[in-house]
Ligand binder design. Structure first.
Ligand code: SAM
Length: 201
């Protein structure tokens, strides 16, 4: 019940908020990197602030969220936008095949480790096929680590290993005390793509 109340507050709070900073950085990179029309998959889209932002520039945007309140708020917020589809689903169970940008603003780490790794493998496969990924990972010094077994936390070495051979366009480590929520955040924010292969002359 407490959890439902928290999500409700969060989604109402973000409903009228501007897009995330990460969405802007990701779009900037996509505009440089991707020659084709943009199909954005926003996994864990919440009430849709980034979906709205992307839909002004992309050919197609699909927002996915498993939370009922988020789903209805995102539908409401994107009403009338013909290039947008909002789906209520668990993003660890869907295919990322056709997306040219997979965007996970503060959402991917809500998966338990096994499912997180499975989902990451799917993301990497899409990246190897030419998609861009933008998203957040939780660092091991995040305060939630002591109480949230259902989420995934990563050390910097583990994250580096995961990012391995990819082209990192944006990497930002955030470690700060959130006065409003009285909580220590440790987060990595990344935008990445596959390494450019040298062209054959
Ligand atoms: C912190 S919110 C961020 C929402 C949005 N990206 C934003 O920046 O406003 C995380 C969102 O991810 C969603 N989420 C978490 N795990 C999910 C899953 N496995 N499948 C679908 N949605 C998920 C939650 O319901 C929530 O709406």
């Amino acid at each position: 019940m407490k959890q439902i109340g928290r999500w409700l507050r969060y989604h109402l709070h973000t409903f009228l908020k501007p897009p995330s900073n990460l969405a802007r950085v990701a779009l900037d990179f996509a505009n440089q990197e991707l020659p084709q029309k943009l199909f954005v998959l926003d996994i864990g889209c919440g009430s849709g602030r980034d979906v709205v932002f992307f839909s002004d520039f992309a050919e197609r945007v699909q927002g996915i969220d498993s939370n009922t309140i988020a789903f209805y708020l995102a539908r409401l917020r994107t009403f009338g936008r013909e290039n947008v589809a909002i789906k209520k689903a668990d993003f660890s169970n869907i295919s990322f095949d056709k997306a040219s940008l997979i965007h996970a603003n503060m959402s991917l780490f809500f998966l338990p480790e096994k499912v997180f790794l499975r989902t990451w493998e799917k993301i990497i496969l899409s990246v190897e096929n030419g998609a861009i990924f933008s998203g957040h990972f939780l660092g091991e010094r995040n305060e939630w680590r002591v109480c949230r077994q259902d989420m995934t936390f990563l050390s910097i070495d583990r994250l580096k290993e995961m990012l391995g051979n990819l082209q990192i366009y944006h990497f930002h480590e955030i470690y700060r005390f959130d006065k409003r929520k009285h909580r220590f955040w440790h987060i990595y924010e990344v935008v990445l793509a596959r390494k450019q292969r040298p062209s054959i002359a």
